[in-house]
Design a protein around this ligand. Structure first.
Ligand SMILES: NC(=O)c1ccc[n+]([C@@H]2O[C@H](COP(=O)([O-])OP(=O)(O)OC[C@H]3O[C@@H](n4cnc5c(N)ncnc54)[C@H](OP(=O)(O)O)[C@@H]3O)[C@@H](O)[C@H]2O)c1
Length: 243
């Protein structure tokens, strides 16, 4: 168990869904939170709801100037959790250029924009905790997930590189790969969503992982076996099972 009391964490993507639920778990544990996303009203409500110390700094992570200004306003932090993301279900046969670009720009490049402001600070003082939100869709290119699956594979790869590079330093890197969570993102799905979780339950698993010194957690565990195992399948079998 980590000692959370008095620690200052910056949560990007905190206004809704998983990020909002995680803010509640962290606040109850005594973490001083700085909450970011685009919707100021939702952030303001969240600050009022939380039991502990919290403030908000609006950010649009698709805009480098906004990220730099927000990071400056946030100042020194002990930890950074990246939870922002956008999603539209989409097959390569119905490619929407703007939506696909947005999924890369927010889910992956948006993470890089934020990390660019956070990692050098952590490395220079040899202390810090970074948590990135991936997805079970990251393990192998999923059908009907053009843009999303690839952007999450990028997050998974980025987290792995950072973990290896920083393993002997005071900067800790962790990642989580959730399955389906009931949020406005999955409201867009018409497919069946096995093992779907409430955002509060998913946030509880995420926070539990943040209390360990393990690098990666994919959940729900039973459902994750399908995705983790998929990387070992030959193409013909993968297409048959997932296609
Ligand atoms: N739901 C699932 O089934 C599922 C499964 C696996 C992984 N995930 C991942 O979990 C994370 C949270 O997703 P969620 O399901 O909780 O979705 P959500 O309810 O839509 O929350 C997404 C968050 O990202 C923020 N965001 C989006 N675009 C942004 C931008 N340009 N700048 C700053 N913030 C931005 C949103 O806030 P504003 O709109 O206020 O900016 C919101 O706070 C995402 O990374 C998602 O990919 C979700």
């Amino acid at each position: 168990m980590r000692d959370w009391t008095g620690k200052r964490y910056w949560l990007v993507g905190a206004s809704e869904g998983l990020g909002r639920a995680l803010a509640h778990h962290m606040s109850r544990a005594g973490v001083d939170l700085v909450l970011s996303a685009r919707n100021e009203d939702r952030l303001q409500d969240l600050v009022a709801e939380l039991p502990g110390r919290a403030s908000y700094v609006p950010i649009d992570i698709s805009d480098t100037a906004s990220v730099k200004a927000a990071a400056e306003e946030v100042g020194e932090i002990d930890g950074f959790v990246f939870l922002a993301g956008v999603y539209w279900p989409q097959s390569a046969r119905e490619w929407d250029a703007d939506q696909v670009e947005a999924m890369f720009d927010i889910n992956l490049t948006g993470a890089a924009r934020c990390l660019g402001q956070v990692v050098p600070q952590f490395v220079s003082r040899d202390r810090g905790h970074i948590v990135l939100t991936g997805s079970l869709s990251a393990f192998r290119g999923l059908p009907g997930a053009i843009g999303y699956s690839a952007s999450k594979a990028g997050i998974m790869s980025l987290a792995q590189s950072m973990y290896v590079d920083l393993r002997d330093t005071g900067v800790e890197v962790q990642s989580v790969n959730p399955g389906f969570i009931k949020t406005r993102l999955t409201d867009k799905n018409t497919i069946s969503m096995p093992f779907i979780m409430e955002s509060d339950d998913a946030a509880a698993v995420m926070f539990e992982h943040m209390n360990t010194d393990q690098f990666q957690r994919s959940f729900p565990w039973a459902f994750s076996l399908l995705f983790r195992g998929s990387v070992f399948l030959p193409n013909w079998l993968y297409v048959r099972l997932f296609g």
